[in-house]
Design a protein around this ligand. Structure first.
Ligand SMILES: C[S@@+](CC[C@H](N)C(=O)[O-])C[C@H]1O[C@@H](n2cnc3c(N)ncnc32)[C@H](O)[C@@H]1O
Length: 263
């Protein structure tokens, strides 16, 4: 991808700005808001689902620091900043925000990078060798564990790209590292998910919600850090949460390490 903004950047919706709008943010434009209206008509729970997903990031960062003493984190497909994800625990000493959207990188640089130890990078998950070799990522200390957030990013990548991303991360990450994934699923509201997929396709955006089994299969080479059934993002680490029609996640949350055990 070349530097700067593509010519049509402000004339078509982007995933990052749609997510910002659905979460009540102001970093979005007419094409995002118009398209979001169609999305919400097909899936009225979508804004709630975005909020559940975005609230998950800070919870996982606390988990990384508290339970795994991880103090360096890469947030892949970080999206636009919002109130929750500016809140990085002090124990995270190095934080690298990565996204392919030039608008995200510009915001991350202005707002998030004010925090000491924070860096932002515009890079594409389609090219993992370049992403992992880029300065802010390459400067992380690979002699110690690294936490990786892949929150609501894999559904925006095609079936051929996702295994490449996961394999590159798995061989690059040092022992003791932890990967956190959230992933939209067809296991819930499958008709609405199909409608969303078609709408996105019409806007030239790849959206691939996957079944729980497909998500497990993608992570077969990783060692899950929690046992039992897949949990929705809302239910993750909420022992009392019972899945119900009020669970608006429509996504699963998984934590894994680059070990060799199968899911
Ligand atoms: C739905 S947002 C999720 C944002 C954030 N991770 C969260 O959970 O709140 C998906 C983000 O992934 C980014 N993205 C999509 N495809 C990407 C790619 N190939 N490389 C890097 N980032 C990508 C989008 O620009 C967008 O900001």
């Amino acid at each position: 991808m070349t530097s700067g903004f593509p010519d049509d950047y402000f004339m078509r919706p982007t995933v990052a700005r749609l997510q910002d709008h659905l979460d009540g943010g102001t970093d979005n434009y007419g094409p995002d808001r118009d398209f979001a209206r169609d999305l919400v008509a097909a899936a009225p729970w979508l804004p709630a689902s975005v909020r559940v997903n975005r609230a998950h990031g800070p919870r996982v960062l606390s988990f990384f620091t508290r339970e795994y003493s991880i103090d360096q984190v890469i947030d892949l497909g970080c999206g636009l900043p919002h109130d929750d994800n500016r809140d990085v625990p002090d124990d995270v000493r190095r934080m690298v925000y990565v996204d392919s959207d030039p608008g995200v990188e510009a915001h991350a640089r202005m707002i998030l990078a004010e925090r000491h130890g924070t860096a932002s990078l515009r890079a594409d998950l389609e090219d993992m060798p370049a992403l992992l070799a880029a300065g802010p990522v390459a400067r992380l200390d690979r002699g110690r564990p690294i936490g990786v957030l892949l929150h609501d990013v894999l559904p925006w990548l095609g079936d051929e790209t996702v295994p490449t991303v996961l394999a590159a991360l798995r061989s690059w990450l040092p022992a003791g590292s932890v990967l956190s994934v959230t992933h939209a699923t067809t296991d819930m509201a499958s008709e609405a998910m199909t409608a969303l997929t078609r709408l996105y396709e019409g806007a030239g955006i790849v959206f691939r919600p996957r079944s729980g089994q497909q998500i497990r299969d993608l992570l077969t080479s990783w060692a899950p850090l929690e046992t039992g059934e897949l949990r929705t993002t809302a239910a993750w680490r909420h022992p009392t949460h019972v899945h119900s029609r009020f669970d608006h996640s429509h996504a699963y949350a998984i934590i894994a390490s680059p070990g060799g055990r199968t899911l």
